[in-house]
Design a protein around this ligand. Structure first.
Ligand SMILES: Cc1cc2nc3c(=O)[nH]c(=O)nc-3n(C[C@H](O)[C@H](O)[C@H](O)COP(=O)(O)OP(=O)(O)OC[C@H]3O[C@@H](n4cnc5c(N)ncnc54)[C@H](O)[C@@H]3O)c2cc1C
Ligand code: FES
Length: 467
């Protein structure tokens, strides 16, 4: 949705290379890690399957906020006050990193300060709203209870966070990438990693397939360390496909007849309508997102996207709908992202599971990862530990998730004629509005010719006939 403006393009990897640090995936997290590590003195190469910032970041609502729906009360209850504090501190640090880089590098990305509201329409949830506001305030966050918000209808109650931000994430990343390259880093686009392996000497070998105007080709990257920031680690790396769920949402970018509300809002109950200004379209531009579901549940995709448009038409005076999209992120069983060393690895690090709040969390992840790489202490990284198994509740969720995938896998073997996913063989579902084949198991998506759009799959489908 965030249209790339004029920007440098980066060539594909055409020969074997050797670097200190390889970053696999040139999205929000990857480019932050690359920039910070290069600044720390490492020789860094980014290997990107498509184009930088073209993954989920390019379809994000892009609120840069420590308000993540309702989370702080749940973190205190589910984990401890200390964990909630570490999460809050990490996300404030992530926001400070981004706003600091905008200043320092002079990045032009419509970064704008605005309040963020998380609201409920249900009077029975007022106590919950008060508890969230209390928990957030205790942690030092700028939270207030409200009974009205910046939208033209009545609500039951809301938590408002002052001094939050929204921005254009693609313009931001394009300029961050240029700063990274100016500092001596290298970016390879159209270069898909197909495997990431730690070798006996604890260096890392990354096999890369390039798709360029010179055709298909294979090269490898040898690195002392690698950070895998591909939204979900590719293939079976670290087993994260089994520990997360791919949750998507629909989005539209509209022009209204009047000025768009200046604040950011999100409804805490489904369909979780989320709004923010869209400054690139002028004062009447607005982005609306919501009505999410697990990737691969495609039977009512067109209906859900239309419901989003209908809510927007019923709530505002809409002049035109300029863009529509569906995108996904991954949730974890215990509300916390996985950031750090992949299990049993001493040279491969990962960051995943941002629950659709990956801008502040993702920038925080980049700080944690570069602290790990440089051997620096980080006082809030512990709960994000990427090797954790989690508490009993998390394990229970993993088991339920495993059942669901098992059922889906067996359904695929019992004679439907859908193509099967090249990740682990689940049946794929045709997503007519997007013309994609989507996997319900772990969220891989393929275009109508069978090319991989999003992993964890790394190999194309072999389709008998094009859809
Ligand atoms: C609808 C929606 C709305 C959201 N709104 C918000 C919001 O308002 N605020 C917020 O904080 N968060 C939001 N998020 C979440 C946020 O956008 C994501 O968490 C964040 O963008 C993830 O960044 P990433 O770098 O991990 O992934 P990506 O941006 O997806 O980057 C991963 C990159 O890796 C590349 N890649 C994949 N596989 C390979 C491979 N094998 N080899 C090489 N490269 C590969 C991809 O092409 C891609 O460029 C939203 C998410 C969704 C889905
Ligand atoms: S994404 Fe894992 S089987 Fe399809």
């Amino acid at each position: 949705m965030w249209l790339p403006l004029e920007r440098p393009t980066y060539s594909a990897l055409t020969s074997d290379i050797d670097v200190d640090l390889a970053v696999v995936g040139g999205g929000w997290v990857g480019l932050h890690v690359a920039y910070l590590a290069q600044r720390d003195g490492a020789q860094v190469a980014v290997v990107e399957a498509a184009e930088i910032a073209s993954g989920t970041t390019g379809y994000s609502t892009a609120k840069l906020t420590s308000q993540h729906g309702f989370i702080y009360d749940a973190l205190e209850t589910r984990h401890t006050v200390e964990v909630a504090e570490q999460y809050a501190t990490a996300n404030v640090a992530g926001i400070d990193l981004v706003t600091g880089l905008v200043d320092e590098l002079g990045i032009s990305c419509d970064l704008t300060r605005a309040p963020a509201w998380a609201y409920t329409l249900e009077p029975t949830r007022r106590d919950e709203v008060a508890s969230e506001a209390d928990a957030a305030r205790r942690l030092g966050l700028p939270a207030h209870l409200d009974e009205t918000i910046d939208l033209p209808f009545e609500i039951a109650a809301a938590v408002r966070f002052d001094g939050q931000y929204h921005l254009d994430p693609v313009r931001y990343l394009n300029e961050l990438a240029e700063a990274f390259v100016s500092a001596g880093g290298t970016i390879y686009e159209h270069s898909r990693a197909t495997s990431v392996d730690e070798l006996r000497d604890q260096s890392v070998n990354i096999s890369v397939e390039r798709i360029s105007d010179r055709g298909l080709g294979h090269s490898s990257v040898r690195a002392n360390q690698a950070v895998v920031t591909t939204l979900l680690p590719l293939g079976s790396l670290g087993g994260y496909f089994a520990k997360t769920r791919p949750i998507g949402a629909y989005g539209i970018a509209v022009r209204l007849r009047n000025a768009a509300p200046a604040g950011m809002t999100i409804q805490i109950e489904p369909p979780n309508w989320s709004t923010r200004p869209w400054l690139a379209a002028g004062p009447t531009g607005m982005i609306v997102v919501g009505n999410g579901h697990q990737v691969g549940k495609t039977d009512d995709a067109a209906y859900r996207s239309d419901e989003l448009a209908a809510w927007t038409h019923n709530t505002f005076e809409v002049e035109t709908i300029e863009h529509r999209w569906f995108a996904h992120d991954y949730s974890t069983p215990d509300l916390l992202p996985y950031v750090g060393y992949s299990p049993t690895s001493t040279a491969i690090l990962v960051a995943t599971g941002f629950r659709k709040w990956g801008l502040s969390n993702g920038a925080a992840a980049a700080l944690m990862l570069t602290d790990h790489l440089a051997g620096r202490e980080n006082s809030w990284a512990a709960p994000f530990n990427a090797g954790r198994i989690g508490d009993a509740k998390a394990v229970g969720k993993l088991v339920t998730g495993g059942f669901h995938v098992g059922k889906e896998f067996i359904a695929g073997r019992l004679g439907n004629d859908h193509p099967t996913c090249t990740h682990l063989g689940c049946p794929l579902h045709w997503n007519a509005p997007d013309s994609t084949w989507d996997c319900y198991c772990h969220g891989s998506r393929f275009d109508s010719t069978g090319a991989v759009l999003t992993g964890p799959a790394v190999n194309s489908l072999k389709l008998d006939t094009d859809k």
